[in-house]
Design a binder for this molecule. Structure first.
Ligand SMILES: [Zn+2]
Length: 495
């Protein structure tokens, strides 16, 4: 029998503290592909959809692929945007026997705190109670009862940096196939605790997250569970269902699945205060001292992550204080990637390649945090349309083409600076090389990312350090209005 399977992706992580609402323009900027645009962009790549296309061939499915939409993490999605994405996506679900889709799981829309749950509920209503609906998720998903109730299985990635969407989608495809063959009837249950944070922010190298992922995989191998997914949540979403979760998928009866999920969350609760000590955070001054001390004769870069302004967590991506300090320290053979500033890109285009001119760079989104605009005399070294191919291991990579909009590289003293027209964290070497920066031969690379950069940059670095030079992601007090209370670590709780 030839089955028709819905695939596609809708990816967004909402930082509800951002003042910039996310619209269709933000999806168009990172990637919004419809229908026939999708196969040439994703087939043959090591991405979620790349795996879905391969699985369809293996199992003889006809794929319906109406939509692949992804936006850089940012503010709450407007209702109009969410409904349009839903309409495109669900139109492709008509007449389908099942679905294998990729969602982020931490989207927030104006009308829906849990848009993924709403989308899955609409899809369930359309496909019926027994159709396999399997969704892969980011491990920073804020997973809800509604998502678990309406999906047959939720399969979160098991790596941070996230480099296993391809493998998780294949796992989902096998599950969809087994349901279609009548072998299993998967049901998914969820457990949570009153936790805003925990599971070490999702770090999978060691610690509680690693422990639970390993235990979950052992249960999958032994057949005691079909899927065990551990999510750390995303605390920048001010919603009722925020926080870590464990979902367990079992065939038929859910009693054992529920026991496993609760036991896992007991462990997450007990270890809630654990934080990896592998991350060294130093002051900007100390970072620059180390950079200066090591720049002569360096054969590998010192990588400095500017974690306060990580666009991967919804920060604005244009703070200037770290760059300002680097220029003041007169670093040589250094790179800074990147400042999000479409106006500065346009100004650089007017100045022209090879020429020098004054540019007002960055600090425009929220000048009160992380530094206002930086006035510099810069040489324009390169101008590109921003398109490049990512071969790195992280979620932007896998051989897929990406674009950060018109981009340029400019030089101030010994520092090469990337300027981009769409905010994005730095996680792939091609982001630098595509604008003419050679990451392998820099003495110092400063980048805006919290943790994802490690997959590509740790192997080439002589050392990785973190600095918090301010920005929306800076650890300051946040005023929550919608999360459930009491909740750890904001309230005293005895369980
Ligand atoms: Zn994530």
């Amino acid at each position: 029998m030839n089955y028709r399977i819905l695939t596609g992706e809708i990816e967004h992580e909402a930082n509800t503290f951002s003042k910039v609402p996310t619209t269709l323009e933000h999806f168009r900027a990172r990637g919004l592909l419809l229908g026939d645009e999708i196969p040439p962009a994703r087939r043959g790549t090591r991405t979620a959809l790349g795996a879905a296309f391969e699985a369809a061939e293996k199992f003889g499915w006809t794929l319906s692929h109406p939509l692949a939409a992804s936006a850089t993490p940012g503010g709450t999605v407007t209702n109009e945007t969410f409904e349009q994405l839903c309409a495109w996506f669900l139109a492709g679900g008509e007449g389908c026997d099942g679905a294998l889709i990729n969602l982020h799981g931490a989207m927030v829309a104006e009308g829906f705190e849990d848009p993924e749950g709403e989308m899955l509920a609409r899809l369930r209503a359309m496909l019926g109670p027994d159709a396999p609906i399997v969704a892969t998720l980011d491990l920073h998903a804020n997973v809800t009862e509604k998502m678990a109730a309406n999906a047959s299985a939720l399969i979160a990635v098991r790596t941070y940096p996230h480099i296993d969407y391809y493998e998780r989608t294949w796992q989902g495809a096998e599950l969809v196939n087994r349901v279609l063959r009548g072998e299993i009837r998967p049901r998914t249950v969820i457990a949570k605790r009153p936790m805003l944070d925990g599971l070490d922010g999702g770090r999978t190298q060691a610690g509680p997250m690693r422990d639970l992922i390993d235990r979950g995989e052992a249960l999958e191998v032994s057949g005691k569970a079909l899927v065990v997914s551990v999510c750390a949540g995303f605390s920048w979403s001010d919603i009722y269902d925020v926080g870590p979760s464990v979902t367990v998928t079992a065939d038929g009866d859910s009693t054992e699945a529920r026991r496993i999920a609760e036991e896992f969350m007991d462990y997450a609760w007990e270890t809630r205060a654990f934080v990896s000590t592998t991350d060294t955070e130093v002051s900007v001054a100390e970072a620059l001292e180390r950079a200066k001390a090591g720049e002569a004769g360096a054969n590998k870069p010192l990588v400095i992550a500017d974690i306060g302004d990580n666009p991967g967590g919804g920060a604005y991506g244009d703070t200037t204080d770290l760059l300002r300090a680097m220029i003041a320290a007169d670093l040589q053979n250094a790179a800074f990637h990147a400042i999000y500033d479409p106006e500065a890109v346009q100004a650089g285009i007017v100045i022209g390649v090879g020429n020098k001119g004054r540019i007002l760079l960055g600090g425009k989104q929220a000048p009160e945090m992380g530094g206002g605009p930086l006035e510099i005399e810069a040489q324009i070294v390169s101008i590109t349309d921003g398109r490049f191919r990512c071969h790195g291991p992280s979620f932007l990579g896998g051989g897929a083409w990406r674009s950060f909009g018109p981009s340029l590289m400019l030089r101030v003293g010994g520092i090469e600076i990337g300027v981009i027209s769409r905010p994005e964290q730095t996680i792939d070497l091609a982001q630098l090389s595509s604008i003419g920066i050679d990451p392998l031969h820099c003495a110092t690379i400063a980048l805006k990312s919290y943790h994802h950069f490690r997959a590509a940059f740790e192997p080439i670095a002589r050392e990785v350090i973190k600095v918090d030079a301010g920005g929306l992601g800076s650890a300051g007090p946040r005023t929550y209005r919608h999360i459930r209370r009491p909740i750890w670590p904001l309230d005293e709780i005895q369980l």
